[in-house]
Design a protein around this ligand. Structure first.
Ligand SMILES: NC(=O)c1ccc[n+]([C@@H]2O[C@H](COP(=O)([O-])OP(=O)(O)OC[C@H]3O[C@@H](n4cnc5c(N)ncnc54)[C@H](O)[C@@H]3O)[C@@H](O)[C@H]2O)c1
Length: 352
């Protein structure tokens, strides 16, 4: 059984990780043994949610690393904190499950890689959508072959952010110092999802980043990217914080194959559809029935529950981890290439 200490117990932990942890705890596969959060309010809320004893709720994560009865940490804090927290956890000999992104820069990612290798601790980053039913279904649909080879991929995450995000000092996601921005925060999942469904690593990136709506923030609120995959096929990924309208489908992925297309709209009741041959309509696909897709955990729309299960099972087995440090670094390398491509107004090769 894994004894997990949470570093950060805010929104994603209380709303979404909780679904996965509660199932793992009920099956005796994990215990949420401790929590570290600088916010008294979130310490109390997450502490209560997971039944963590008061003396195992810490304000300082370093105190938790030194004193709590844990073998694993789950990091879910603002992006700029990931590097120091992951390195400290590795030094303390803890296995690490980190929320995305691995870190903010490639230098930080390499510092984490060096620390987890030096201290021989398992490390994985949450790429949850790859474990969600719609994406598993899309992967199975592509593997089945009726759509032909994927030629063109699209992914988008368009949202309308709340008023706090209009100032960098009000929301860490809108702050450069905290590692925020639409590119790293909002397009992160579409980058790995499109790449995975296209089945070929992204090697070249062209991009434009801009701050179009919120002039008082010091990060991008808009990110447009074009990818060339290793084998020459192409994809685009878009993210923006100001573009949602009535009935707008905020997050979707579309893959065009040689013989048909698939469309994945996360907010739809039936998220996965396909259009095959000359048909000019979308046909709903029930991936769980048509393909070999494991039934998901109830309420686990984002795949966090399935991902956390895979991570805990891998830790119990002694590896390999469901998403490796190298995979997470690659996603960050695509983001870094997009930053450089936008700044230099030219295509950039992804650092390997
Ligand atoms: N995979 C996904 O779908 C997904 C979705 C949302 C968020 N996330 C990721 O989860 C992480 C957290 O996001 P969130 O939405 O929960 O943010 P949040 O602001 O709701 O929560 C962050 C928590 O970290 C705490 N914190 C800040 N500084 C700390 C420190 N020094 N030590 C300990 N705790 C500290 C805050 O008090 C807060 O409780 C980010 O990396 C984000 O990108 C992932």
């Amino acid at each position: 059984m894994r004894r997990i200490g949470l570093i950060g117990g805010g929104g994603i932990v209380q709303r979404t990780h909780a679904i996965g942890y509660q199932a793992l705890v009920a099956e005796g596969l994990a215990e949420i043994a401790a929590l570290a959060d600088v916010s008294e309010q979130n310490r109390a809320a997450a502490g209560q949610l997971f039944g963590i004893p008061e003396n195992q709720r810490y304000a300082d994560y370093r105190e938790m690393l030194s004193h709590a009865p844990i073998d694993t940490v789950a990091i879910a804090t603002p992006h700029a904190l990931h590097v120091e927290q992951a390195v400290a956890a590795a030094q303390a000999g803890k296995a690490i499950i980190s929320e995305k992104p691995m870190a903010v820069t490639l230098d930080e990612a390499d510092a984490i890689l060096a620390a987890v290798e030096r201290h021989r601790v398992p490390y994985t980053v949450v790429h949850n959508l790859l474990f969600s039913q719609p994406v598993l279904g899309a992967a199975a649909l592509l593997a089945e072959g009726s759509l032909g080879q994927p030629l063109l991929g699209h992914g988008q995450m368009l949202g309308n952010k709340p008023v706090e995000m209009t100032r960098s000092d009000l929301d860490w996601r809108a702050s450069k110092k905290m590692g925020g921005g639409a590119l790293i925060d909002s397009s992160y999942h579409e980058i790995y999802t499109v790449e995975s469904l296209m089945g070929s690593p992204v090697r070249w990136v062209e991009a434009r980043l801009a701050t179009l709506k919120f002039p008082a923030i010091d990060v991008d609120d808009t990110a447009l990217m074009t990818f060339e995959h290793d084998d020459g096929r192409l994809s685009t990924v878009h993210a923006a914080w100001h573009t949602r309208g009535p009935a707008h489908r905020g997050r979707w992925v579309w893959i065009n194959g040689a013989e048909g297309a698939l469309r994945l709209v996360y907010s739809d009741d039936a998220p996965l559809s396909r259009s095959v041959g000359k048909g000019n309509h979308w046909e709903t696909v029930d991936a769980a029935q048509l393909y070999d897709v494991r039934p998901g955990l109830a309420g686990d729309a984002t795949g966090h529950g399935a991902y956390l299960r895979a991570a805990v099972e891998a830790l119990e087995r002694g590896g390999p981890m469901p998403i490796t440090a190298a995979q997470a670094r690659h996603n960050l390398a695509i983001i870094e290439a997009a930053r450089q491509a936008s700044a230099q107004r030219r295509g950039m090769e992804v650092d390997t």
